[in-house]
Design a protein around this ligand. Sequence first.
Ligand SMILES: O=C(O)c1cc(=O)[nH]c(=O)n1[C@@H]1O[C@H](COP(=O)(O)O)[C@@H](O)[C@H]1O
Length: 233
Amino acid sequence: MPCNTPIIVALDFPDAASAVAMADRLDPAQCRLKVGKELFTATGPAVVEALQDKGFEVFLDLKFHDIPNTTANAVRSAAELGVWMVNVHAGGGRRMMEACREILERRSGPRPLLTAVTVLTSLEQEDLQEVGIDIEPMVQVQRLARLTQDCGLDGVVCSAREAKALRSALNEDFKLVTPGIRPDDASADDQKRIVTPRQAMDNGSSYLVIGRPITRAEDPAAVLSAILESLNS
Ligand SMILES: O=C(O)c1cc(=O)[nH]c(=O)n1[C@@H]1O[C@H](COP(=O)(O)O)[C@@H](O)[C@H]1O
């Protein structure tokens, strides 16, 4: 059954067994799943296939950032896995992002959505300053989002705090993928630019990436259902 909700559950687990056990508690009609660096480094592509076999669409979140040739070939390898979405860092620049889009266009078969991370949701202004970026996160996100759209990618990963401003500045179908989502009663953990699920949707997010508030809950399916309900109320 195709998934028609905006929720992407981040499976940040150290091994395939834990990730698959979590997937078994979730419903592919209610969410997509995200495989990131921890899980993929530990297990390789097998876990992606196992999750797909259970009916889930998978966002392969490896945030590629390298020279254009290396990154584009990595994106092609991700596409060969049949994933629904793959991402790169917008900071890799125009030539890198264009090479990634072009390699997907040249390939036959289903094309994953290609998105670019703008400014990580764990960063705030002081963190940017320390790495030589003397502007507010919002300004840097807007700059990188415009560049990403210009390079022909499908969307960006950003905080839902920035989604409202981006939604009005970018094409209607440009995807805004927003992690750093926290229901009112949840701990922020290491996230800084956080937003509630409902507010994120009201701000114009296309997809909400949610990890620990669901995966560390005693009853992950119940938390997911409550979040979905909060979006409909
Ligand atoms: O690309 C991402 O998914 C991502 C980008 C970003 O700016 N911030 C961010 O938290 N993420 C990912 O989103 C997930 C958030 O997980 P929780 O903080 O547990 O909800 C993690 O898997 C992060 O790797």
